[in-house]
Design a protein around this ligand. Structure first.
Ligand code: C2E
Ligand code: MG
Ligand code: MG
Length: 693
């Protein structure tokens, strides 16, 4: 039974006509089964105030109240979220307002003069019963909503009118709390929400309470008794009064920490490099795309992409092994990470390639400065498994000022600029520009064509005579590669630069060696034994089986190994000293001569002469062009005498004038090579050279 029916039902009668009041009061007194406590007001204003106070179980309202109507009171009660039923009483002439009254939420509608005590009582009881049923129905809906959730979930019911929350025992235990430790204020919940999640939770609840979402659902962290945070999924449904205003909200709480951690892990793995834990290419591209969007919104903003490639990583990997190679990458990643700002992104794209996105920079120079900082940071040697490893990096820079439309293009151009840095000597950075892009396209075409040049027979060997300055005798030739690319004769420098990077130098070098040996063999049979000098680049020397290849080529041609001089520049000795030394020794073991080429450029050090098994030395032409003739001559004299004391032959390269010839002769040098004697010649012109002598 409804509480209201057990005790006297408190009724407010709103009636501006005293006669009608008496009539209704008498009818109520005649009711057999219910006792009433009647209060009477006669004015609209009094009625409105009484309804606001909400102290009654039921309202009996006259439709006509002076200027106002009972309909207005119905609306007022609805706005106040009054649950107690309102019954409207009307006169004969107002019989057509019944529909309006019901629509405005009247529980019933009675026609004055047609009412008897029994009818009135039935209407009152029915109205009270109906509101009770409605309330029960709502509660059961609530319960149904709750029971539909997992058995392991905590439950909560928040009464918005009293601002009390019922937390189920499970709700409390999920957070590591005992039953008595948590009261029933909303604060017990909200004070435990992680500060970063609070705002979203409140606004999601608010959104639902306002009726803008069909239900409420939010994921947030909750602080547990031990101080740790766990992820909770909270779902709820508001219970509304007839007017749609939420009077309470009930829901569940599910612990989703495990799922959340697993999902976070997966998301992390999908966007990070497993080795270094840096963002991977996918994440980098995503950030880059967002930077592009920002750029479209703020055209004045500026960002840069730096493409990094370690210079000698392959050497480390090959000599120390992959485990140590991995260690180096991890250390490099860590160091790079330490120099960037939090707004920047450093990613590993794969292998020894990294990319950096630096945002919110003021000037192009900031990007260049960053490149320098990277180089400085990597200049400090790394300790990898007890080995001290020096590494440098080549960096390409692309700037957002180039007017890019796609993120992909920015990275591509940074990559191209990085290549430029590599080919210009590594351990440096280059900025991309459009001219650079065009050069890159040309270069690509060049590469593809060069690949085919060997099979198409477009490569040629030119021969430059090496002569004795004292006797004028022809001692031999240096073989120099050329490429007949259509009408153009491509220089050795251009060919070698590209061939070195692409690995094409190995087949090209081998072809030059065989061709030169074949050629010199033919000339020697007519002109007496001649030396043949063939250049060997770093990549060729370090290529597996280099010794076998050389001995095979010698055997095939029938040339005496002592007639072959392999020319090696000093840079290869600096890059991989020990490996190079061993290989050079094996070549010496098969009687092949070794010349240290281009001595006097860059890295030269006299100690190389002792450390490596060279039998000859080629002095670079830079000494001939040195403005300070005395100093240059003094150096050349020192080099020559040291070489001689080590039993080495000395050749001077690049002699162009009589004056230079005289100078070198005076310094006691005999072997010479240069335009003064002859330019490098195609084989068909060599015959003429023989004839001239
Ligand atoms: P290099 O071994 O020092 O060769 C000598 C270079 O000096 C040649 O340039 C030659 O043409 C040039 N030269 C000779 N006499 C004079 C002179 O009086 N004045 C001037 N200004 N230059 C002179 P080239 O043929 O362009 O070759 C350049 C470099 O390319 C060579 O320097 C060599 O290191 C490399 N190279 C050439 N052919 C091959 C090859 O088949 N394999 C490899 N790995 N490298 C090669
Ligand atoms: Mg040479
Ligand atoms: Mg040289």
């Amino acid at each position: 039974m409804n509480e209201a029916l057990k005790r006297a039902v408190r009724i407010l009668l709103v009636e501006d006509d005293e006669d009608d009041f008496v009539l209704t009061r008498d009818l109520l007194n005649d009711c057999k089964r219910t006792t009433f406590e009647l209060e009477w007001v006669s004015s609209f204003d009094e009625a409105r105030d009484a309804i606001t106070r909400n102290h009654h179980d039921l309202y009996l309202i006259d439709y006509r109240l002076g200027e106002r109507t009972g309909i207005e009171l119905l609306r007022h009660a609805r706005e106040r979220r009054i649950i107690a039923p309102l019954i409207l009483l009307t006169g004969q002439k107002d019989s057509d307002i019944d529909l309006v009254a019901m629509n405005e939420g009247a529980a019933d509608y009675l026609l004055k003069g047609h009412i008897d005590a029994a009818l009135l009582e039935r209407s009152i009881r029915y109205s009270l019963e109906q509101s009770r049923t409605l309330r029960a129905l709502r509660e059961s809906e609530e319960r149904y909503a709750l029971s539909a959730r997992g058995a392991n979930d905590g439950l909560w019911v928040w009464d918005l009118v009293d601002n009390n929350v019922y937390y189920s025992p499970r709700w409390k235990s999920m957070l590591g709390h005992e039953e008595g430790e948590i009261g029933n204020s909303p604060d017990e919940w909200f004070s435990r929400v992680h500060p970063d999640d609070k705002e979203q939770l409140s606004s999601t609840i608010d959104f639902h309470l306002r009726g803008w979402s069909p239900h409420f659902e939010n994921e947030h962290r909750m602080r547990c008794a031990d101080g740790s945070y766990r992820w909770m999924l909270s779902r709820g449904l508001a219970v509304r009064d007839e007017a749609g205003a939420a009077t309470r909200i009930a829901g569940s709480q599910t612990d989703i920490t495990e799922r959340k951690v697993a999902v976070d892990r997966l998301t992390h793995d999908a966007f990070h490099d497993a080795l270094t834990q840096l963002p991977n290419r996918a994440l980098f591209m995503d950030r880059l795309e967002r930077a592009m969007e920002t750029l479209h919104r703020h055209p004045d903003s500026l960002f840069a992409v730096l493409f990094l490639d370690l210079d000698r990583f392959k050497v480390v990997n090959d000599s120390l092994g992959h485990v140590q190679g991995d260690d180096l990458l991890i250390s490099v990643a860590r160091r790079l990470n330490s120099i960037i700002r939090s707004s920047d992104t450093i990613a590993r794209l794969g292998g020894d390639e990294f990319a950096m996105l630096i945002e919110e920079i003021d000037h192009e120079a900031d990007a260049v400065r960053m490149a320098q900082r990277i180089q400085d940071a990597l200049a400090i040697p790394f300790d990898v498994g007890g080995h001290e490893i020096f590494t440098t990096v080549s960096i390409g820079i692309a700037l957002s000022t180039s007017g890019y439309q796609r993120a992909h293009d920015v990275l591509r151009d940074a990559d191209i600029a990085m290549y430029r840095a590599k080919s210009r000597g590594k351990a440096r950075h280059e900025l991309f520009d459009t001219a650079m892009h065009e050069r890159a396209l040309k270069r690509l075409e060049f590469e593809t064509d060069l690949r085919r040049a060997i099979e198409r027979g477009e490569l040629r060997v030119y021969y430059q005579p090496i002569v004795s300055m004292l006797t004028g005798k022809l001692l031999g030739f240096e073989a120099l590669v050329r490429w007949q690319r259509g009408d153009e004769l491509i220089s050795a420098e251009e060919i070698v630069a590209v061939a070195e990077e692409t690995g094409l130098i190995v087949p090209i070098g081998e072809w030059v060696l065989r061709e030169a040996l074949r050629q010199v063999r033919a000339w020697s049979s007519m002109n007496g034994a001649l030396d043949i000098h063939v250049n060997l680049s770093a990549r060729q020397l370090l290529h597996p089986n280099v010794v076998d290849r050389v001995t095979e080529a010698l055997a095939e041609s029938g040339v005496d190994p002592r007639r072959l001089q392999l020319e090696v520049t000093e840079s290869v000795l600096i890059d991989s000293a020990e490996t190079a030394a061993a290989l050079l020794r094996s070549l010496r073991d098969v009687q092949v001569g070794l010349s240290l080429d281009d001595f006097g450029t860059g890295y030269s050090s006299l100690s190389s002469l002792r450390e490596f098994p060279f039998n000859a030395l080629k002095i670079d032409r830079t000494f001939l062009h040195d403005a300070d003739v005395h100093r240059a001559d003094a150096i050349v004299r020192t080099i020559a005498s040291l070489a001689r004391s080590l039993g080495m032959e000395v050749t001077v390269e690049g002699l162009e004038t009589q004056e230079q010839v005289d100078r070198m002769r005076e310094l006691g040098i005999d072997r010479a090579q240069g335009f003064y004697y002859s330019r490098p010649l195609p084989p068909e012109e060599v015959a003429g050279f023989f004839a001239k002598r």
